[in-house]
Design a binder for this molecule. Structure first.
Ligand SMILES: [Zn+2]
Length: 329
């Protein structure tokens, strides 16, 4: 069945990665920027593997040059989310792409994004919050500058700090300064780990960065003791099954460990990561989970409960979301 209208919370969504290809193509045309190698003949994002995905991602992002561009992007992304039943989303935003880690410029981007998010919330009811994200393959020094931007703008809207990018570069602990800085500013923490790195990367994230949530974390399944630790400490995984399948980490949804992790007591949530890159939407993720594991309304309501508890938003926002979910049920 279609789960499109079922209310959903999404915790792992990269704002540039959620850009509809048509939107990026339109912007490139307006600005006369050549993006030939970014798209395939059908107009979808073209890449063969994860390193190429990162390159295409950064190439597409180059058309986003001003706060106004990010405003238009935010609207396009939120409209797609709302169409798929998402009532609350946390999105990764990076001062690396928004103003080159200059605090003044970052504030302008952020202001523009928040302004449009409030406008779309009033129209469609979808609530957006931001997680400032450093890019791992840009290195620890740039991550420090990013963390300072995060700390300076921490509040009701910027609610978390995280790290994305190439997980095979350096170790999680090499970025501890940035995560400590963000934590001291009151931000909650998440990092990508256990997608391209194995269980050891997840242990590093827990021990060296002391994160609240883990982006992906699916490869914990290779280490039963680690699965127990995640369950005991209630460390929430932001799982993106469609992303993992599209990038070849697992053959298909049926081979994905999300159900095994959940059944072992790990707190799991479902997100789309970079939906148009992986030909997915939140609606499609739910349909595939139903097909692969027979999950239904009760399972999806449990995902919402976990996501609600793990969301980095303030208590008032959490309470209002809880009411909306109860009203739907
Ligand atoms: Zn991600």
């Amino acid at each position: 069945m279609s789960w499109k209208t079922f209310p959903k919370l999404e915790l792992h969504l990269h704002i540039e990665g959620a850009a509809p290809p048509k939107f990026i193509r339109g912007l490139a045309q307006e600005k006369s920027i050549n993006l030939d190698r970014v798209f395939d003949e059908r107009g979808a994002y073209a890449y063969r593997d994860f390193p190429e995905f990162l390159k295409v991602y950064e190439a597409a992002t180059q058309v986003l040059k001003t706060p106004r561009d990010y405003q238009r992007l935010t609207r396009a992304v939120l409209e797609n989310c709302a169409e798929n039943g998402v009532i609350y989303a946390e999105t990764f935003i990076s001062p690396d792409f928004c103003g080159g880690r200059d605090l003044g410029a970052w504030r302008e981007y952020l202001h523009a994004i928040q302004e449009i998010a409030a406008e779309v919330e009033a129209e469609l009811g979808i609530i957006l919050r931001g997680i400032v994200t450093c890019i791992r393959h840009f290195g620890p020094e740039k991550a420090k500058e990013t963390a300072i931007c995060a700390a300076e703008t921490a509040g009701d809207w910027i609610v978390g700090f995280g790290m994305g990018g190439d997980e095979t570069i350096l170790r999680q602990g090499d970025y501890a300064w940035a995560f400590d800085c963000a934590r001291e500013a009151g931000l909650r923490l998440t990092t990508h780990a256990g997608e391209w790195g194995g269980p050891d990367a997840i242990r590093q994230a827990i021990d060296d960065l002391r994160v609240d949530r883990i982006g992906h974390g699916v490869r914990a399944i290779e280490d039963p003791r680690l699965v127990d630790i995640l369950a005991e400490r209630e460390i929430v995984l932001e799982i993106c099954p469609g992303s993992n399948v599209a990038l070849g980490l697992y053959r298909n949804f049926a081979a994905h460990p999300i159900a095994r992790l959940r059944d072992a007591g790990v707190k799991v949530t479902v997100s789309t990561d970079d939906p148009p890159f992986f030909h997915t939407t939140m609606g499609r993720e739910y349909e595939e989970l139903e097909r692969a594991f027979g999950w239904g309304a009760e399972d999806f309501a449990a995902l919402n409960d976990t996501a609600l508890g793990a969301a980095f938003c303030d208590p008032a926002t959490r309470e209002s979301l809880k009411k909306r979910l109860e009203t739907y049920a």
